[in-house]
Design a protein around this ligand. Sequence first.
Ligand SMILES: NC(=O)c1ccc[n+]([C@@H]2O[C@H](COP(=O)([O-])OP(=O)(O)OC[C@H]3O[C@@H](n4cnc5c(N)ncnc54)[C@H](OP(=O)(O)O)[C@@H]3O)[C@@H](O)[C@H]2O)c1
Length: 206
Amino acid sequence: MGLAVRIALAGLPVVIGSRDPGRASAAADDVNALIGTRGCDSTVSGAGNLEAADRSGSVVLSIPFAAQAATIEELAPALENKIVISVIAPLKFSKGRASAAPPPEGSAAEAALAQLPSARWVAGFHTFAADELVDPDLKLDADILIASDDNDAKLAVMNVANRFRGARAVDAGALESARQLEGAVAMLININKIYRAHGALKIVGI
Ligand SMILES: NC(=O)c1ccc[n+]([C@@H]2O[C@H](COP(=O)([O-])OP(=O)(O)OC[C@H]3O[C@@H](n4cnc5c(N)ncnc54)[C@H](OP(=O)(O)O)[C@@H]3O)[C@@H](O)[C@H]2O)c1
């Protein structure tokens, strides 16, 4: 829901998808309530996953990695030739510690590309906690790292990310950088646990 809030505040219409259209509509109501008083006239609605993907020019895939392959298979007809942004981070947890659990392709985003090469895969937005994004008043004060093999798709996503309040989009290179972005989620979870904080990443010197 956090990304839906920020994308709507960036001025774009949003269709929230869910396996349960009723749950999607309820989430859309929540997002509308959050952004409604902030002079934002983006439309936010909810729909089943396939309809949401079908109605959208670009799609954000924000689901557990375990559900990735089946969801891509189901949505494939609606994803072809579209920009599809993966925030997915395959993780495992042991003794209270998070670790990266990448698939053989190297990252969730690369596995997605291998499965559906006709979509324009972009990896990004991994290094923010959802509960930070969902607060429309919070200035993010961090970088949004975006990676893709499709330069135009990457620039289009960076253009939206640059409209997130307080944030700066950073070109993280080819889709292969998703390995580091997804792995950083595990590291940030551990850092945030140690410091009882919501740390994010900032690249200095650029
Ligand atoms: N949360 C964060 O701060 C954060 C930060 C960086 C990266 N990520 C990554 O972003 C992704 C989503 O994170 P999250 O915390 O939002 O995860 P989540 O709450 O576990 O899942 C997000 C949504 O995915 C759908 N879903 C769950 N199981 C599914 C299944 N088997 N098949 C299809 N859809 C399923 C559910 O929606 P419906 O039940 O409505 O369909 C659920 O609300 C994960 O891969 C995570 O690693 C999260």
